[in-house]
Design a protein around this ligand. Structure first.
Ligand code: 13P
Length: 246
């Protein structure tokens, strides 16, 4: 079975004192021991957060470049994450794609390099509103997934996050049926284009306006293996989202 996975993507939020508050509610929990929990933290706070997180919560970077080191001002590498004991990185987030202009190809290079370095990846995909309205949802998410599939050897250390862009930070959550439909299509895509084992084992999590209120219904869908949570990951509601499967 696929272990339920809940990621909190803090994005560019948090002061040390706000972070202390988040860590306090994570420590308080209680957090379902059957759920893999990871928080995505701004680079500058990674080592601080790592030093105070409870053992049942893991930590992730929010971006990393496609090479180990060099003249790339402002970037960090997967090797630097690993050197600081950070086992995960979020790559391909829609904000990286749309605000910072990252292409499918750059993201695929980053995913491949992170995996080669030994950093696990939360790989984000998802269509924009106009793409959904034009009936292109599948075409877009398959294209984004294929770009990655073409460059990696194994999906063992990848969690796929389906995050429709129109649902991110908008309060317009995909319905459980809308999300399930895309997750199921993605699993079929894996079975046809990678192999049956990957299709069966890869975790496909949903992101986009997940709240304590809607998480339980989303979690009932058979191909929804968890969540990537933005805004609500900064609040105690995150604990309820982690426990949505209970
Ligand atoms: P929100 O939960 O704030 O909509 O953000 C989702 C997201 O982008 C997680 O990566």
């Amino acid at each position: 079975g696929r272990k339920f996975f809940v990621g909190g993507n803090w994005k560019m939020n948090g002061t040390k004192s706000e972070i202390d508050g988040i860590v306090a509610f994570l420590k308080n929990g209680p957090l379902d021991p059957n759920v893999e929990i990871v928080v995505g933290v701004p680079s500058i706070y990674l080592t601080y957060v790592k030093s105070i997180l409870p053992a049942n919560v893991n930590i992730s970077g929010q971006n990393a470049y496609k090479v180990t080191k060099g003249a790339y001002t402002g970037e960090i590498s997967p090797a630097m994450l690993l050197d600081n004991g950070i086992p995960w990185v979020i790559l391909g987030h829609s904000e990286r794609r749309n605000v910072f202009g990252e292409t499918d190809e750059l993201i695929a290079d980053k995913v491949a390099h992170a995996l080669e370095t030994g950093v696990k990846v939360i790989a984000c995909i998802g269509e924009k509103l106009e793409e959904r309205e034009a009936g292109k949802t599948e075409e877009v998410v398959f294209r984004q997934t294929k770009a990655i599939a073409d460059k990696i050897k194994s999906w063992d250390n990848v969690v796929v996050a389906y995050e429709p862009v129109w649902a991110i930070g908008t309060g317009k959550t995909a319905t459980p049926q809308q999300a399930q439909e895309v997750h199921e299509k993605l699993r079929q895509w894996f079975s046809q284009n990678v192999n049956a084992t990957v299709a069966e084992n890869v975790r496909i999590i949903y992101g986009g306006s997940v709240t304590a209120e809607n998480a339980k219904d989303l979690a009932k869908e058979k191909d929804i293996d968890g969540f990537l949570v933005g805004g609500a990951s900064l609040k105690p509601d995150f604990v309820q989202i982690v426990n949505a499967k209970q």
